[in-house]
Design a protein around this ligand. Structure first.
Ligand SMILES: C[S@@+](CC[C@H](N)C(=O)[O-])C[C@H]1O[C@@H](n2cnc3c(N)ncnc32)[C@H](O)[C@@H]1O
Length: 363
């Protein structure tokens, strides 16, 4: 793939519908995260959201947005929880008589399965719902119109494949690999550089859209500053997908060249990178930034088949676009085996915390 082709913003929606491989059926790890984070998000909303100014006019509308919402039910749970916390915030400040109306904007790429999303909206929802298609790396909403922004498991998606890594003539060519895990320094720099550009654009747009005193709660896969990608469980999985693809190339099922020019636009950032970007943007204060460990809180443990089904629901789109849909079943069958064969890599990986939780407040 040439660099010119990679200039396009990439949109790889999660698997649509409600079938066996759909995101709605294979996103319970993410849902567990939504539930685990509820108390922390409640606290951020109750303590940090400057609600008074927003309800001073009557009638008042509080506007929430979930960026990278995919399909339900996770997004509905997150938005419902946030509204309850806002109601608690109002109650604690004696502003109950001014109970506002709520409007929730569900955002994702236009290619997202918005039909499934809207068909499954909870009937008793305490808000007016609207869909906002488009990339969150640009402006989506009018100036100062949002009060609470939420984004979970979405900001790790880069807007495009980093420069040069899919190009055999570039010093950053990522031959035989599909991610920055265990890759050359030039490849790692290309990934970090693209994440910086994307996050800069994200913060600039949100700074314009979020009203003063409003907050953004962002959750995404991350990594400690001094831990290599190869020790991060999700990165181990990306490497195992790369190894499975290379095996398939050696057996002639796909070509090696196809693997050499395929890369996954996913990046786990570190707290230092985020802190630097927020400082450079200058519009937000970091109220909280923590790397959390949610793995230990999944009831019943995590099995290779479950991990692979979750990865499939998220990555099938990008893989079949590049290699064709025929290889998908075989690839994910092999990935289950690889995950079992290399379970020691996952077992010895960094367990302390790889989920980044950030609360930003607009000055
Ligand atoms: C793993 S899903 C997370 C869905 C949901 N937030 C959850 O926690 O279950 C990531 C979603 O982010 C969306 N996404 C990625 N990049 C995006 C962008 N630049 N603009 C809008 N949505 C994006 C993807 O299309 C996908 O639906």
């Amino acid at each position: 793939m040439s660099d010119a082709e990679t200039q396009m913003p990439a949109a790889y929606p999660m698997n649509a519908g409600e079938g066996d491989y759909s995101y709605s059926k294979n996103s319970y790890f993410q849902r567990a995260t939504t539930n685990v984070l509820k108390a922390m998000i409640d606290e951020a909303i109750i303590d940090k959201l400057d609600i008074e100014a927003y309800v001073s006019s009557c009638p008042a509308t509080i506007r929430l947005a979930d960026l990278g919402c995919s399909v339900g039910p996770n997004t509905f749970i997150a938005m419902q929880n946030a509204i309850h916390a806002i109601q608690k915030n109002l109650t604690s400040k004696g502003l109950l008589t001014k109970m506002p109306e709520f409007q929730v904007f569900f955002n994702d790429h236009a290619a997202n399965d918005f039909n499934t999303l809207f068909k499954s909206l909870p009937p008793e929802k305490p808000y007016y719902a609207a869909g906002v298609p488009g990339s969150f790396h640009g402006r989506l909403f009018p100036e100062s119109s949002l009060h609470f922004v939420h984004s979970q498991y979405a900001l790790q998606w880069l807007s495009r494949i980093p420069d040069g890594i899919s190009n055999r003539n570039s010093p950053a060519w990522n031959k035989g690999k599909i991610h920055c895990t265990n890759a050359s320094e030039a490849v790692c720099n290309a990934y970090a550089g693209q994440f910086n550009k994307d996050m800069e654009a994200f913060l600039k747009s949100r700074a314009e859209e979020i009203a003063a005193g409003g907050i953004a709660v962002l959750t995404m896969p991350g990594k400690p500053d001094d831990v290599p990608y190869s020790k991060i469980p999700i990165c181990v999985m990306y490497d195992l997908i790369g190894l499975s693809l290379m095996d398939m190339a050696k057996e002639g099922i796909i070509s090696e060249e196809q693997v050499d020019c395929f890369n996954m636009p996913l990046y786990p950032a570190s707290p230092a990178e985020i802190a630097q970007l927020v400082k450079m943007d200058g519009s937000f204060h970091i109220e909280k930034m923590e790397l959390l460990n949610t793995q230990t809180r999944y009831e019943g443990g995590v099995h290779a088949q479950d991990i692979v089904m979750h990865l499939r629901a998220g990555l099938e789109g990008i893989i079949s676009k590049h290699f064709g849909s025929k290889i998908v079943d075989e690839l994910f069958r092999r990935l289950v085996e690889k995950t079992q064969d290399f379970s020691h890599l996952l077992e010895s990986s960094y367990k302390e915390g790889t989920l980044m939780f950030i609360v930003l407040k607009r000055h």
